[in-house]
Design a protein around this ligand. Structure first.
Ligand code: PMP
Length: 380
């Protein structure tokens, strides 16, 4: 059987210890044993989110958490701002529209970061804005948003800051409380190194106050109900027990390494990927000023079919990287540094990319990408 190296921005590779826990017999969720785990994972999540706020656990993929972040704090006809620089920024707009919320959309060119001045302009003209929705790591373009600067711009206003950190939590710096972030949404299958199936939502007191006035319909994704259950170390519905047991392990791995060390490790991995791409004569898609450490988007050279490139890497050599989405289909490839990935995984990914690009006719010196990445990884 061929090895399958997963260098995709979700799901990410699972550590062996997580696979072991996932293989254990299930326990019942209304037991002291599970309650003990729920308590521990909530504290562990607060550490990873860098918050003292409530962190609620929902059984769904990340988008369920995004939907909850729209339907629980707002009401139809409310006005919000969406910073939209890619496919996942667009999801915020679509969700708001679905609930009859008026979204003032700031369209950021793909691959670039949004400007705080654009946000301030709308806030100055529209006094009724209730929330601002942003994306920590726009997975479709490989851009990290400057959430700290946006949080500063909103401090002292009535506007809540809602961050989609589904990509990026645990991989790139995010300081929920210090940066004035009211609601953070995350998912299990990326930086937390778990299978998909859990969403997490942190909620500040300012956001809870807004939730009191929200009239959008909600049933399964009802955060007040989730909070009420959490206060009794419980969940309103049957949770994904197995993934929560494994979450406890992944949070332990993160805590043992230390969140800041983890951010630095991913930054170094990404530096290696970027250096390799440049050495191979490839252009990076994201503006260097905002290129994410979680995922690196690399432009496919003209004349080479990006979809074919990723397919050969996966089917022939067992290395899975992501292609581009929507307008970037076939035009970029994305290598993920997030999750259970080390420098040798990245080097394998680069070696495979070199091999297939060479086979497909791209002119460059074989080994140049590997040498450039090695140079970064060998720096003390
Ligand atoms: N937001 C971002 C930034 C993402 O990367 C993803 C998943 N790729 C989502 C939202 C959607 O998450 P899910 O597929 O878990 O619903």
């Amino acid at each position: 059987m061929k090895r399958n190296l997963l260098l995709t921005p979700g799901p990410t590779q699972l550590p062996a210890r997580i696979c072991q826990v996932l293989g254990e017999p299930i326990i019942h969720h209304r037991t002291p044993q599970f309650q003990g785990v729920l308590k521990e994972v909530t504290e562990g999540l607060q550490y990873v989110f860098q918050t003292k706020n409530d962190v609620l656990i929902l059984t769904s993929s990340g988008t369920g958490g995004m939907e909850a972040a729209v339907s629980n704090f707002l009401s139809p006809h409310d006005q919000v701002i969406v910073l939209e620089g890619g496919k996942f920024g667009e999801r915020w707009t679509e969700l708001c529209q679905m609930y009859g919320i008026k979204a003032h959309v700031i369209k950021v060119p793909w691959g670039k970061a949004g400007a705080v001045s654009d946000i301030k302009k709308i806030l100055g003209a529209q006094k009724e804005i209730k929330a601002l929705f942003v994306t920590l790591v726009e997975t479709s373009t490989g851009v990290t948003t400057d959430v700290r600067a946006i949080g500063e711009a909103l401090s002292g206003t009535n506007v809540i800051l809602v961050v989609d950190a589904i990509s990026g939590l645990g991989a790139v710096e995010l300081r929920t409380d210090e940066w004035n972030v009211d609601v953070v949404v995350a998912g299990s299958q990326k930086g937390l190194m778990l299978p998909p199936g859990l969403a997490f939502v942190s909620v500040s007191p300012k956001a809870w106050a807004l939730a009191e006035k929200s009239t959008c319909p909600k049933y399964y994704f009802h955060l007040k109900a989730a909070k009420k259950a959490a206060q009794k170390t419980d969940t309103p519905f049957t949770p994904a027990i197995g993934i929560i047991m494994a979450l406890n392990e992944s949070l332990l791995l993160i805590k043992n390494e230390g969140i800041e060390k983890l951010w630095a490790r991913y930054a170094r991995l990404a530096q290696g990927t970027r250096a390799a791409a440049r050495a191979m004569g490839l252009s990076l898609y994201a503006d260097p000023a905002c290129a994410s450490h979680a995922v690196t988007a690399i432009q496919v050279p003209s004349g080479i079919d990006g979809e074919k490139l990723t397919k050969i890497m996966r089917d022939t050599y067992g290395v899975t990287i992501a292609g581009g989405q929507e307008e970037l289909k076939g035009k970029i490839v994305r290598i993920c540094q997030m999750g259970c990935v080390d420098e040798f995984d990245i080097l394998t990914g680069i070696a495979c990319l070199e091999k297939v690009l060479h086979e497909m006719g791209h002119q460059f010196t074989l080994g140049s990408g590997l040498a450039a990445a090695q140079k970064i990884y060998n720096q003390k």
